[in-house]
Write a protein that binds this ligand. Sequence first.
Ligand code: HEM
Length: 542
Amino acid sequence: MYAVRANPDAMAIAAKYTAAIFLFWFFVLTTYRLFFHPLRNYPGPLFAKISDAYAGFFAVKMSLHLTTYSDLKKYVRHGPNKLVFNSATALRDIYNTEKTNKSRTYLLTIASGKPSVFSMLDKRNHRVRRKIMAQAVNDKAIRAFEPTMTEQIEIFIQQLLLSSRDSEPVNVTERCKWLGMDIVGHLAFGYALNLQTDPTNRFMIPGLAVSTYQFNSFMQWPLLKTLGLRHLLGITSTKDRLKYAKVLYHIIGNRLSEPVHAHNDLYSFVADHLENATDGIQTSELWSEAVFFFPAAGDTTTTAISALFFYLSRNPTAYKKLAKEIRGTFRQYEHIRGGQQLTGCRYLRACIDETLRISPPASGSLWREPYNDGAPVVIDGHVIPPGTQVGVSAYALHHNEEYFTKPFDFDPDRWLVQDEAALNLMHSAFAPFSLGPRGCAGKSMAYLEAGLVMAKTIWLFDFEIAPGKLGTVGEGVPGRDTTDLTWSSIYVPVGRPTPPEWTYRECDEISHRSLSRHIKQDHSLRNRQVVVTPMMVLERVV
Ligand code: HEM
């Protein structure tokens, strides 16, 4: 028998050689990326030219959209293989074409080993999947779903009404997130999550935020995922994420036990088309779609709505114009529904668009690559070498003065000017939903939801910035600080009669938690949103 012992000298030598090899490799790679790489002549921050850690660092800090905005004043190269552009021509060249494809970084978002409509790179497979998913969000499906959406919005309004009785500040961000999740529960799997009235499932909001945050960070800095560095950086809150996954599992399991057409939901459209997993829900295509669909449909729209509350509470002129339009258009609260009257509210649409411009819920660069068919790809006059990731940041382009004068001003009227050339110019650079074959499939649903929530709220209530410190939450220096929180005080407007059929469902928790708690919670959402309205005090108007 022999005991094998490590020789300390041999170990020291091995460590030295490993370090030397690593340093040599690092030196060669850095030299190549700086002086021989096909993108060497594009200006960029030094560290970005060398490593994806540059963008990764700011993604982890949740301020990448701001860094991109300021870097674009001088730079184009935003990673060893990444070019970011800031023009309407580039927007069209990159997204409104078949010559590019989603970048391979989207594969990092795959949750079950099977891609979703969002992460599918193969164009033919994507077209088929997109067609299936689109059935759940086309005009016919939206009309069928509207009553369910309205029911949830009514709960939102009733809860505001309860809070408005004592004119206490309300965290509008939180309320909007609960609403969004309740709507998407019904839309996806006909499931009543009841976040608005029951605190049990509210942990799903931070759970979802953690997942989104991770995916965002991985997509900028893939090494985080490959080497498990996320743990070192402490960006994983596994507890909430796992709890979230458990609920999603339960929701899907519950739906699978019902007949396919038991609800007017996404499942009823996709059930017959998605591959069944033999080894459980979490490896099925349905799981992948669900993991994508909840944040895509639930988080984005409500981020926009809460941001709109924020801007309106700080812009009295816009606020008054909108209130006048809504209260003048709908003689009775019950008349507020999807249709011509609502779409005819041009100022409302301008307010929503202005919010999506100034604070796009998907604010980062959505990376694309030249499609692998050898055809040259030209972006804004630049021939792009194969393997290069190209993108436009909606946040940066929406604040580009070439297209939008005073880009940090919230000015819905800019969308209503008579000057057709100016309007066309702005529209050419407006892309909150992206565009082309991979653009948002749920745009109409998002406008309906935002329109209904805003019209109903402003018909019935008045709101203003919360008093004291709460009212300052979310405010920051435009273009410098991430103004991602919004608290406003919603005061229910005075004198409007409550629709008689309303029964006030007592909310389990209308408690108003401490400011620090809200700050902490909303901090985790920062990556996705630039401004979200926190606390509002409501006042009944009607
Ligand atoms: C204000 C609200 C919304 C915004 C700003 C928004 C934005 C976007 C953006 C920018 C993309 C492209 C992502 C990328 O290229 O990586 C996208 C994709 C998508 N969105 Fe939305 N979205 C919103 C609401 C919705 C809603 C309500 C639904 C569904 C009901 C939805 C469903 C989808 C789907 C299915 C895709 C994937 C499209 C594909 O790859 O074929 N979105 N969205």
